[in-house]
Ligand binder design. Structure first.
Ligand SMILES: Cc1cc2nc3c(=O)[nH]c(=O)nc-3n(C[C@H](O)[C@H](O)[C@H](O)COP(=O)(O)OP(=O)(O)OC[C@H]3O[C@@H](n4cnc5c(N)ncnc54)[C@H](O)[C@@H]3O)c2cc1C
Length: 569
């Protein structure tokens, strides 16, 4: 298999993609023993967590730094493949035997996603969620044939894109314990058509963002969808999870960019969406978006693209308080002046960001001199035609200033651009040193946002505080809308080495209950997966769950399509 993910002791690293690494160093000139975690995309730098950084986090968290490396790959427990020989032969007949793999390395490389629970299980040597075999079909017809065969043979099919699910979306569990195949879409990764006058591109679901952007650049076009997992995730995965990217405030969520798609199901293939628009009954496209592989496999996408921006401007601003930052963003939203990129960090995340970002010592001193402490950092960005960028930036700037913000300038914006995909890579290093590290996300109307923010912080702090130990909860607004905003929450805590999974499961349960009670959504962009499915009925109501079950019954009567996720048992 070309472009096979290499299983590393930390998890995976797709070959061919730029693998962001990080370096941690001591900021000696700071005059303190505060560790400074410098994230960098330079692959030559060796990943490490130095003593000073450990001391800094140890003081914050009451954490005892200790090496807790993942078990070597050779020691990961993986039972024999349960795929019966006749089923294996049937898949080989459909796809060719080179596209059916059940060797240990391939199965391990497709075990689970990238949630803390997924990583922690694998690091402890548990790969019980690995599929029994991995199929790599080459097109819609082959996928449809595989799904029909799965229904006949009683084999569960889990679509596999980039493997970056943050909510256990690739769990492959089945109440009936049937064999499981991962349907890896990597071979379906081509651009099929570019319709320049209509600003539409037709692509395979296994394509990744960087490859699509390179192909579109030849036509002066861009998709512009850049989540933090951009280097690894696939276009089919974005559609299946209703992803949001860093510029989603401006260009919309991924679902806003999908003009149509092809969904292969066990009972037939659907062509959904009718560009430019249609009033022919309810829009069935919405059923496929966010379906997380439970209805079938997305085998082709028709995406809305736009001219590549002629200008981009990213810059930093500082607010005295979180409340002032929220009020200013709300005002921008009301006047339709939100920039394309909007990231407002709360005081804890601001402090962590300033410690991580290079060359911010002068900035920190400037903020201290103005009596702001760290304050709350806002990174904003505009992308598009120079005249429009200028006009929108000027108008937004005056709203921000009226809201009490101070402009920090382009350096902070450029630093954000440089490290925009590097931050999450830090997690493996933190796990290596005995920490729990995970990100949660939600969204709420502007009126409910302060309550959701307070509730999720309190729930995490209560659940993860133990005598002498407390978690560090870092929050930020990551996407803005006219009606509200998305909140991302990263939590760091000393790991309970005896019961690490239970420790996070109870914190996650408390945080999710708190978010829903305060008026937030179950998920703004990670989706439901295994992790959130017990709460789906609270979000969409029991009748809503029954409706989705009825749709699944119609398209997938044998329940072979990713039955372990989204819908509660
Ligand atoms: C470090 C990190 C940062 C992240 N940042 C963001 C972010 O900024 N924004 C964001 O939205 N998400 C983010 N995520 C979550 C994740 O990247 C998204 O959910 C992404 O959309 C998943 O794409 P994937 O190709 O990796 O899908 P996978 O993880 O392979 O699959 C996800 C789910 O979709 C299903 N699926 C995949 N492909 C198909 C298909 N073709 N047809 C039907 N079902 C399919 C799978 O069965 C699974 O249930 C992040 C994850 C990580 C690890």
């Amino acid at each position: 298999m070309p472009d096979e993910p290499q299983l590393t002791v930390q998890g995976w690293a797709p070959s061919g993609a730029r693998v962001a690494t990080l370096r941690a160093r001591e900021d000696a000139a700071d005059g303190s023993d505060d560790g400074v975690l410098e994230l960098t995309a330079d692959p030559d730098l060796r990943a490490a967590l130095p003593k000073a950084a450990r001391r800094h986090l140890a003081r914050q968290l009451g954490w005892t730094p200790r090496p807790t490396p993942p078990v070597p790959v050779r020691d990961i427990r993986l039972g024999p493949s349960l795929l019966p020989a006749p089923a294996r032969a049937a898949f080989a007949a459909l796809l060719g035997k080179e596209h059916v793999a059940d060797d240990r390395a391939t199965r391990l490389a497709h075990a689970g996603g990238r949630s803390y629970l997924d990583l922690q299980r694998r690091r402890a040597g548990d790969a019980s969620d690995a599929p029994d075999a991995v199929l790599t079909p080459g097109g819609t017809e082959e996928v449809a044939a595989v799904l029909r065969a799965c229904s006949e043979l009683g084999v569960v099919a889990v679509p596999y894109g980039g493997g970056t699910s943050g909510v256990g979306g690739l769990a492959g569990t089945d109440v009936d314990d049937r064999p499981v195949v991962a349907v890896d879409l990597r071979r379906m990764n081509a651009v099929h058509a570019v319709d320049v006058p209509s600003s539409l591109v037709t692509v395979g679901p296994g394509m990744r963002g960087p490859a699509l952007e390179a192909a579109l650049a030849e036509h002066g076009l861009t998709l512009g969808h850049t989540p933090e997992s951009w280097e690894f995730a696939t276009l089919g995965g974005y559609a299946a999870t209703r992803s949001a990217g860093q510029s989603s405030t401006g260009i919309g969520r991924f679902e806003d960019l999908v003009a149509g798609l092809t969904l292969a199901t066990p009972t037939g293939t659907l062509e959904l969406g009718r560009p430019p628009a249609s009033a022919a009954g309810p829009d069935l496209l919405g059923l496929a978006l966010g379906s997380e592989g439970t209805l079938g496999v997305i085998t082709e996408l028709r995406l809305r693209v736009r001219p590549r921006p002629r200008t981009t401007r990213y810059e930093g601003w500082s607010f005295r308080s979180w409340a002032a930052g929220l009020a200013a963003l709300q005002r921008l939203a009301r006047h339709d002046l939100l920039p394309d990129v909007v990231r407002l960090a709360d005081p804890d995340e601001t402090r962590a960001t300033l410690l991580q970002a290079p060359r911010t010592r002068a900035l920190r001193a400037r903020l201290r001199a103005r009596g702001r402490g760290a304050g709350c950092l806002l990174v904003v960005g505009w992308e598009g035609l120079p005249t429009l960028v200028r006009a929108r930036r000027t108008a937004a700037g005056s709203v921000l200033r009226d809201g009490g913000a101070t402009r920090l300038g382009g350096r902070m914006g450029r630093a954000w651009v440089r490290f925009r995909f590097a931050g999450p890579q830090l997690r493996d290093r933190l796990l290596d040193a005995g920490l729990l590290a995970e990100t949660l996300e939600t969204a709420a109307p502007w009126s409910a946002l302060p309550a959701v923010y307070d509730a999720v912080r309190e729930a995490l702090e209560t659940s993860l505080t133990r005598p002498g130990r407390r978690p560090l909860v870092l929050s930020s607004i990551s996407h803005g809308y006219a009606t509200g905003a998305a909140l991302s929450v990263t939590v760091l805590a000393d790991r309970d080495d005896e019961l690490p999974l239970q420790q996070w499961l109870s914190a996650q349960r408390a945080a999710t209950d708190a978010v829903l009670a305060a008026g937030g959504t179950l998920s703004h962009h990670f989706g439901v997966g295994v992790d959130h499915r017990p709460w789906l009925a609270q979000e969409i109501g029991p009748l809503g769950v029954d409706l989705l079950r009825a749709v699944k019954q119609q398209l997938d009567p044998q329940r072979v399509c990713n039955p372990g996720v989204l819908l509660p048992d």
